[in-house]
Design a protein around this ligand. Structure first.
Ligand code: SIN
Length: 483
């Protein structure tokens, strides 16, 4: 990208500027260059978007599931046809390496494809009545207008994981992407327009999160709000939903434990732990954050993980061979620095990394070296708070019970991982972990056809899978008296 570009927001099938003309700048976190300006939408534009989504709702809800499915399939095809363009834009505004961005675009598109198919399987029920003169039916109907507030770490997939099931169910949607990554979101809207998704069914507005979220929460026509982001903001949304009694889905923070048992295939465990930990420079809600290793295999596992980390090149995501891009911004980098400094000051050792990185070329962005910490104790900040950075802390354990107890000692409950070759141990530990997702010998369990979501303060509801569309449906019971 050369000169910064100017983009509009997408409301009711039209590309618009902000009512008061304000804009926000979008920067590349690797180079700190300005990439684009997008409208700084607020209350007025959010209200317009809800108007558009409300107007489009009756026709979209009443279209047959097959019609909606066909349009969603065309959206899927348009996204895949433009995979490279979307991926490059994503790398520039978010930082993840280009191969990872390509994978995310395909992952994002897979939600549209999967829910296009699932639209046709929204079944009802017929219940046997107590008397011969009645028939009892249960039908499933679209919730209505949905507000979606999405994060910067997966600028495409966190939109489609919401919009796919919402549109399949017959809902219309207003999407508010993160301020750091609006360009990918606007490209998805362009693809929806090319696919022929009717005006007002999908609306995308960029701008101040608090103002737009405030309007979406206050408007009684918005019947559901879905949010991915911090637990703190998730709690505010939950409180705000009470006034108009909206449905909510919250995909919030995580602090995923990994348990490496003494009978694990250590090579596999190190490889999958590295995949989980260093994907997106550790900026995922499901990434390995606390790695518990049986004391008898601790040193052997540490050596293997250190070898994997040594092969990870830090740099600008558009450069060949880069595996770790920048963190999203200065505050993200500061948090990682603070956690590592605190751990090291209290006795941990940075076996690999442990400081900010300065990749070759004129890269001024927010880079941190992939880091392996040993000698970590459960009371250190890094073991209590979500890290959102490329740091892998190891901690030894003695018994299975101790490992599961330490793994569960968190307010979060999104994803956990375990490595063992003993199937009994795998089942017992997986069942004992208080987490919504458990990867057994698998560091990358996320997929469109499986439910994604957390226990405890990691959120409410599920995205993906058969469960994901339920979140956008109301249940209606019809009792029919026969004449
Ligand atoms: C997230 O970090 O919130 C999403 C990660 C995933 O879908 O695997």
């Amino acid at each position: 990208m050369g000169e910064p570009i100017t983009k509009g927001i997408y409301i009711g099938g039209e590309w618009k500027e902000a009512v008061r003309g304000g804009t926000i700048d979008v920067f590349n976190p690797a180079t700190l260059e300005k990439l684009a300006t997008v409208p700084d939408a607020g209350d007025d534009e959010a209200a317009q978007a809800v108007d558009a989504a409300s107007s489009a709702l009756p026709a979209w809800r009443e279209a047959s599931a097959y019609e909606r499915a066909a349009l969603l399939m065309r959206w899927y095809e348009q996204i895949m046809l433009h995979q490279e363009e979307i991926a490059r834009t994503m790398t520039m505004e978010q930082g993840k390496p280009l191969p990872e961005a390509r994978t995310e675009v395909a992952y994002a598109a897979s939600f549209i494809q999967w829910y296009a198919e699932e639209a046709k399987r929204v079944y009802g029920e017929i219940i046997p009545a107590t008397t011969a003169g009645k028939r009892l039916f249960v039908i499933r109907q679209a919730v209505g207008v949905v507000g979606a507030i999405t994060p910067w770490n997966f600028p495409a997939a966190m939109i489609t994981r919401k919009a796919g099931p919402a549109l399949a169910a017959g809902c219309t949607i207003v999407v508010k992407p993160a301020e750091q990554t609006p360009l990918t979101a606007l490209l998805l809207a362009e693809m929806a327009e090319k696919a022929g998704i009717p005006a007002g069914v999908l609306n995308v507005i960029t701008g101040d999160a608090k103002t737009i979220a405030g309007r979406l929460m206050a408007d009684g026509r918005v019947r559901k709000v879905t949010f991915t982001g911090s637990t703190e903001v998730g709690k505010e949304i939950m409180r705000g939903a009470a006034d108009t009694m909206k449905k909510i889905s919250l995909e919030l923070g995580g602090h995923a434990p990994v348990i490496v048992f003494d009978d694990a295939d250590l090579e596999l465990a190190a490889e999958q732990t590295a995949i989980s930990k260093f994907r997106n420079a550790g900026q995922t809600c499901v990434c390995a954050n606390r790695i518990y290793v049986h004391e008898s295999v601790h040193d052997a596992f540490e050596r293997r993980l250190a070898d994997k980390i040594a092969g990870l090149r830090v740099g600008y995501g558009l450069d060949e061979g880069v595996a770790i891009g920048p963190l999203i911004d200065e505050s993200g980098l500061d948090k990682v620095k603070r956690q590592v400094e605190e751990a090291v000051a209290r006795g941990a050792k940075a076996v690999v990394g442990g400081r900010t990185a300065e990749p070759e070329g004129s890269r001024r962005g927010f880079f941190y070296e992939p880091t392996l910490l040993t000698g970590v104790t459960p009371d250190m900040q890094i073991m209590r708070e979500e890290t959102f950075g490329p740091v892998a802390p190891l901690i030894p354990f003695r018994t299975d019970e101790e490992a599961v107890r330490m793994a569960n000692d968190s307010v979060y409950g999104l994803a956990a991982y375990l490595f063992t070759t003993n199937v009994n141990r795998a089942v017992r530990a997986a069942e004992g972990l208080e987490y919504g997702i458990v990867g057994v010998n698998d560091g990358a369990p996320s997929t469109a056809q499986a439910p994604f979501g957390g226990f405890k303060e990691s959120g409410l509801g599920r995205e993906g899978g058969r469960q994901g569309i339920e979140e956008y449906l109301e249940t209606k019971y019809i009792s029919l008296g026969l004449g």
